[in-house]
Write a new protein. Structure first.
Length: 127
């Protein structure tokens, strides 16, 4: 499924594995675009797991995977830095939709990087 977006999939079982994948990816001149993670699989509360994922793979969009019985306010998740969330077990359609959100956000990131220069030009500001 990730190939539909022009990406490849790397698996990491631990936070150390994730950090190694991040280093290898960036050393190859590529971006680690997103990390799907389960706090339960990491044995951590969700906020601690999120902070650890963000440290291990800075710049990657964190997608929190929770069981159906776990309930966390979506505003609280967003305020903490979670990009998106999915329910476990994963549903293929929901994963595809979430990856579409990631793809769009990554595409938007490149567009917004051009915005300050375009805005300065439109306002007649010289750099």
């Amino acid at each position: 499924m990730v190939a539909e977006f022009g990406w490849s999939l790397k698996r990491a079982s631990t936070l150390n594995d994730l950090a190694a994948v991040y280093r290898a990816t960036t050393n190859a001149g590529q971006d680690l675009v997103a990390v799907l993670f389960s706090p339960a699989a990491l044995g951590l509360p969700w906020e601690q797991a999120l902070r650890a994922v963000l440290r291990a793979a800075p710049g990657a969009l964190p997608v929190l995977c929770l069981g159906f019985t776990e309930s966390i306010d979506s505003l609280q998740l967003a305020d903490a830095g979670v990009f998106h969330s999915l329910r476990l077990p994963l549903d293929e359609r929901e994963v595809r939709q979430s990856l579409g959100f990631v793809w769009n956000a990554r595409r938007g990131k490149a567009w917004t990087a051009l915005l300050p220069a375009a805005t300065a030009h439109a306002a007649g500001v010289r750099r």
